[in-house]
Design a protein around this ligand. Sequence first.
Ligand code: AMP
Length: 470
Amino acid sequence: MSPDHSETVPGFAHFDLHPLLHRGIADAGYVEPRPIQEQTIPAALEGRDILGLAQTGTGKTAAFALPVLDSILAEPADGPIALVVAPTRELANQISADIRAFARHTKIQVATVFGGVSQKSQVSALRKRPEILVACPGRLLDLMNQGIVRLDTVEMLVLDEADHMFDMGFLPDIRRILAALPEDRQNLLWSATMPREIRRLADDLLHEPHVVELNHSQPIDTIEHALLPVDGQRKVELLEHVLREDGFVSAIVFTRTKHRAKRLARQLDSAGHKAIALQGNMSQNQRERALDGFRDRKFDVLVATDIAARGLDIEQVSHVINFDMPITPDAYTHRIGRTGRAERQGRAYTFVTPEDKALVRAVEKRIGSEIPRQSIEGFSKTPSPDQAQAEPFDSRRQRQGSRNGNGRGESSSSRSNRSGGRWQRSAASPASSRSAGTRPASRRRQPAASAGGGSGDGSRRPSQPRTRRD
Ligand code: AMP
């Protein structure tokens, strides 16, 4: 079969991807690769291990999904060939949906396993030996212990949101899963931040990885964020005020506790909003119903605990509102990253009371800039946490360019903290992506002729032997 270029998106043509994937990319409506994709895909196609330091919203799913799919198309086999481990059911479902979308012109099968639901349908999906298995660690281990899943065919491992897995206490499970994998495999590790434990994991796991780092500690540029000082007693009123502002489409409102999420959703609902809660005490079915309803716009306010802060990609979230200040700087960036997705503009407001002072400082230190304070008439009698002069809300809205004027740049301290001594930095040295790969030899590609890793015209390399199943 000769490659069909008719459905190759020009912006993606230089990636040496299988033509059927180019069709999937075209169907997904992608026009230009995101920086993370530009910097990851060529090296991953060569079989290199990858350390991707990027938050969700940057396009990292395609950055790992496309090379994984390409490799499977090049060397079809019974699965699982690729194992993708993700911390939450929501993220696992989302990754599976993205992979299926890219693979829609192929026969590649994807199974998704996570806890909180019956394992029956997951077991039948696994019996079909899907090439790709997307799993949350707990259920995967359960299925391994029951002898239902064997991982000795796995040749590619993706660990997504490794820092979140660590936060959730999954690292021991991850280590157990790693022990069941064949040694000879390609590893793609993704993390928004690099705590010591993840660094250790990366050291153990990755062989001369190609490191891709985005400015992940900063809010992405399409988000306008602000602190709204408020009396703790009046947060609900302020929330209602914000939900009525111009440009409101839908909002994710974050609370600190499950109970508060549930109660606030009820309060908003009785005040006439279409609100639903998403919190950890809900069953898997209830959570899916809430998310689907929010995605389909049956609800326009999702009141969530941090369970929803990471990974979720829901279009048209115009506002993220931190009803309660997040308790870590990372949670702040993750939460507000739920808006401003896919290059749309978004607003993120954080309600702050004087007790939040230390947390505000920690967040600002991490993102390397001050978050603008805004007062809303009638709400900000309480001084802002650090007594900073709050700017009147309406005058701010008329000013253009404030969003980008807060000096966002990678703070040198956080950058150097994350840079591992033995990791090669890729973005600055594309040539480093051309050393030997760590993908199993059978799946390893020849080094590309160009630094971009592709042939430039979207055609396959002649040296690339292919067996097709599709
Ligand atoms: P992710 O970080 O993978 O969750 O991606 C965030 C959002 O960006 C998702 O809605 C993706 O479908 C979208 N996206 C990723 N890459 C591209 C691209 N190259 N062009 C347009 N949208 C993209």
